[in-house]
Ligand binder design. Structure first.
Ligand SMILES: C[S@@+](CC[C@H](N)C(=O)[O-])C[C@H]1O[C@@H](n2cnc3c(N)ncnc32)[C@H](O)[C@@H]1O
Length: 469
């Protein structure tokens, strides 16, 4: 029953306006956090219906000694009517709900008839219409599963390959990103066994663009790639899968708590070629013997998040996000610093910079400043041509915001709701070819040296083992 007390306490704190949904959930102990979060979010989606059902059934007045708050009643009635029942042993609270189960069910049915809806899903609160137009994207984690296996798995479970909006159990293959499936937006996958075992990653389509555009070397044991801002790790596991789990992927994350989430996520997704490092990317020396070998860098730094429309706070009707100019400028200065730092890595050929922001301040303006920087000039970086950056995606960068510093058609934008994704921005810097050869030679030399050292180490280890035997 503690699980229900914890969830109802979160609802109490939200009522008391102690923080945002995400913020309050982040303060819960990690062991039970995702389960409690799922219950809180689902309960909020149906809060108005559940409140009406509870009121009409007189549950709180008749059982006030056992169930003393509306929020506790909400989470318990949610699980009784809309999930698989109360997940707790028999006790006075569960008995109190069960005594009212028939009444609660018939009140729910009455509301459905009144509203002319057939399924429970249609009762869910989706106040941001744009969120309802974004499919629930499921990326097949090819480190563990194949898309064919996933399609067969979901088909056996009653899903039909007819696109995400044709039916409530319809799904489809995405046209831009390989191994990405799109389901109906109302569906949840947190309890799905394929999610729990890391076979699928729940990742918005636009967020898959970054790793896809970076296109790291595939199945190359010598590949060296950096994910500079990795947690929670969706793009890291995508990169790792695209690399065929081979070579080396260094994943930096400066925040300690987010770093432990990253580690957990990478273990679950079976990423064997990733070394996660709890460090600030800006403090990493570009001439470091290991990291300097990187040829591809992904930069998906902290941003305003203004493109995310399926974030949770629409569930709290009166929360409004105010984006302050000053905050945007500070973020943009930091984002530019990150790009300039990435450009200092001697062997890097490709840098993808992405944000989930819709503001030109964090997108075109940052790219424009990066292109004009000393780092870009001395290392010969320019924007990759449209042909190499999702050429068939129609929404491109805003030319007027580039002020003639680069070709806006090289940039990708996603508009929340309109494009079936959250708001997103992707840019790709490449080093001009005529500046490559000397670096390629020294890279080869460095790789050979590293391999030599590793072989020597292995040899020493073997000798030591033989000795001790
Ligand atoms: C937008 S999130 C990255 C999301 C991630 N790419 C994904 O798809 O799962 C930005 C992350 O970068 C981290 N971060 C910000 N500045 C950093 C820095 N200088 N070095 C390393 N990590 C940083 C933040 O703590 C945050 O976890």
């Amino acid at each position: 029953m503690n699980f229900y007390f914890e969830a109802s306490e979160v609802l109490n704190r939200l009522d008391a306006k102690e923080g945002s949904i995400k913020g309050i959930l982040a303060t819960l102990p990690e062991n039970n956090r995702s389960r409690t979060a799922a219950l809180v979010i689902e309960t909020l989606k149906y809060k108005s219906v559940l409140s009406d059902v509870i009121k009409a059934s007189k549950l709180l007045t008749e059982e006030k000694k056992k169930i003393n708050s509306l929020n506790l009643a909400l989470v318990l009635v949610h699980d009784t009517l809309l999930a698989n029942g109360i997940q707790a042993g028999d006790g006075p609270i569960k008995q109190a709900i069960l005594r009212h189960k028939t009444r609660l069910k018939s009140e729910l049915q009455r509301i459905k008839i009144k509203r002319g809806v057939k399924s429970d899903l249609e009762l869910a609160h989706t106040s941001d219409d744009r969120a309802a137009k974004i499919p629930r994207y499921v990326r097949v984690n090819t480190a563990i599963w194949s898309t064919e296996e996933a399609i067969s798995f979901y088909t056996k479970r009653g899903f039909q390959l007819q696109g995400p909006f044709a039916l409530s159990k319809g799904f489809g293959l995405d046209e831009h990103i390989p191994d990405l499936l799109a389901f109906n937006p109302a569906l949840q996958f947190r309890d799905d066994p394929s999610y729990k075992t890391g076979k699928i990653i729940l990742q918005d389509k636009a967020s898959c663009f970054s790793a896809f555009v970076l296109a790291p070397p595939c199945n190359d044991p010598n590949a060296v790639v950096i994910d500079a801002t990795a947690a929670p790790g969706n793009k890291t596991s995508h990169l790792s899968a695209l690399m065929g789990n081979q070579g080396k992927l260094y994943a930096f994350e400066r925040d300690k708590r987010r770093f432990s989430t990253l580690k957990m996520m990478l273990a679950k997704a079976a990423c064997r070629n990733v070394e996660a490092i709890n460090a600030d990317f800006l403090t990493i020396d570009p001439s470091h013997p290991k990291y300097s070998l990187a040829t591809h860098i992904l930069l998906d730094p902290s941003c305003s998040g203004s493109g995310i429309v399926n974030r949770l706070d629409y569930l709290l009707e009166d929360e409004v996000e105010v984006v302050e100019e000053d905050r945007l400028n500070k973020l943009a200065a930091f984002q530019l610093m990150m790009i300039k730092h990435a450009m200092k890595f001697p062997h890097v050929q490709k840098i993808v910079y992405s944000t989930c922001s819709i503001h030109a301040t964090e997108n075109e303006h940052v790219v424009s400043h990066a292109l004009q920087s000393d780092e870009a000039k001395s290392s010969h970086f320019k924007l990759a041509p449209r042909n190499d950056v999702l050429p068939t995606w129609n929404r491109r960068g805003q030319a007027e915001e580039m002020k003639g510093t680069g070709d806006a058609s090289s940039l990708v934008r996603c508009s929340p709701g309109e494009d079936g994704t959250n708001g997103f921005f992707v840019s790709c810097f490449i080093r001009e070819h005529n500046s490559v050869p000397p670096q390629t030679e020294s890279l080869k030399k460095r790789k050979a040296e590293t391999e030599e050292v590793t072989a020597e180490k292995r040899k020493r280890k073997r000798k030591k083992k033989v000795k001790t035997e």
